[in-house]
Design a protein around this ligand. Structure first.
Ligand code: PMP
Length: 346
């Protein structure tokens, strides 16, 4: 029996998301924070292991709503924002439109769910191509538009006025994925939620030191939350993650300090990378830097031989690798390795 033939065509054609553990000394491949919050783990001791978690994640949603200036009924919890993307596509269906290069899960999830994908290339500055985006929206009438800003893997924010034009032109919902917003110099789109009912903001705790918890969330009009909530599986955020996230969010100052340190370190790293003649780093508003090299596979392997793991994104952006900002010490090791494997003698 050929088991593969039983699989849905869309899934059979997919390649699994690349998330394998590669042994290394310095891990700078997954846009995680180098700073964790072990003290928050003490909250896990109070979890009653025999009981299901709060299905509505009430405490956590209340804290997040308070912080973002919305009501708890405007927040929807997810097992990472990946799950939120899944639930959005399951709720609204396609066509699903997004610019490329961008975060791969928009496309992967649309394909898994058998929805039509519409992709529009970014312009030369990695910004939204306003004309092409608006034309594609008029033509394909997407149910969902995903805009990652700051964008992964390019690192830049899209122009606010272009995002707004897209929100205004769309008959469907527009999801501004603000996974990296805490590291950006601009404010983000939360303040505009009240003005645009089809605007949806997606955030995650993964990039600010809590990736292990798998917690992401939506902020949107209550009507949107109610519909997506029908698709959300019961108890999707486990009790340990809820308890630890609530505890970690109590110490806003510690979270903020880590974010500020990473943003400052990113700017230092950028400067140092600009001084390496053989590479071209691109400006970043996120916790990672995209850079072009002459031979990405060779440099990726060379870095790994020296103990440093970065992400090879050359299939999405020609000739490019992506490095996550680590601790000052990790970044020094990365820079040293990069210099030695891009130098003439490598
Ligand atoms: N959106 C973007 C733009 C991302 O880069 C990522 C993580 N790589 C995610 C969403 C998913 O984050 P989470 O860990 O919350 O699933």
């Amino acid at each position: 029996m050929e088991l593969k033939r039983l699989v849905k065509r869309e899934v059979a054609r997919l390649r699994a998301y690349q998330a394998t553990e590669v042994p290394c000394r310095v891990k700078l491949d997954a846009n995680e924070s180098p700073y964790g919050f072990r003290v928050a783990l003490k909250a896990a001791a109070a979890v009653r292991t025999n009981r299901y978690p709060d299905p509505e994640a009430k405490k956590l949603r209340k804290i997040l709503a308070g912080e973002l200036g919305v009501m708890p009924q405007n927040i929807l919890q997810g097992n990472g924002s990946d799950e939120i993307i899944y639930n959005l596509v399951a709720t609204y269906g396609g066509p699903v439109l997004y610019p490329v290069p961008t975060f791969s899960m928009y496309g992967i999830i649309s394909q898994i769910l058998g929805e039509k994908k519409v992709i529009v290339p970014l312009d030369r500055e990695f910004d939204l191509d306003e004309g092409k985006m608006l034309k594609a929206i008029r033509k394909s009438r997407p149910k969902i538009v995903f805009l990652s800003s700051p964008n992964n893997p390019t690192g830049n924010c899209f122009s606010s006025d272009r995002i707004l034009k897209i929100v205004e032109a769309s008959q469907g919902i527009v999801v501004v994925d603000e996974a990296y917003q805490p590291f950006a110099s601009e404010k983000g789109f939360l303040p505009l939620l009240k003005d645009y009912r089809n605007l949806v903001i997606m955030r995650t705790l993964s990039k600010i030191g809590l990736a292990a918890l798998r917690f992401g969330f939506l902020a949107a009009d209550e009507e949107i939350i109610e519909e997506v909530n029908k698709v959300r599986l019961p108890f999707n955020v486990n009790a340990l993650s809820q308890a630890v996230a609530v505890e970690a969010l109590k110490d806003r100052k510690a979270l903020r300090t880590a974010v500020v340190a990473i943003a400052a370190e990113r700017d230092r790293l950028m400067q140092a990378m600009e001084g390496i003649g053989e590479i071209t780093p691109f400006p970043s508003e996120a916790n990672f830097i995209l850079f072009r090299v002459s031979d990405p596979a060779k440099v990726h392997a060379g870095l790994l031989r020296r103990g440093v793991l970065v992400r090879n994104v050359a299939d999405a952006v020609k000739g490019c690798l992506r490095v996550t900002v680590g601790t000052p010490q990790e970044n020094r090791i990365f820079l040293h390795a990069l210099r030695s494997c891009t130098g003439k003698s490598s």
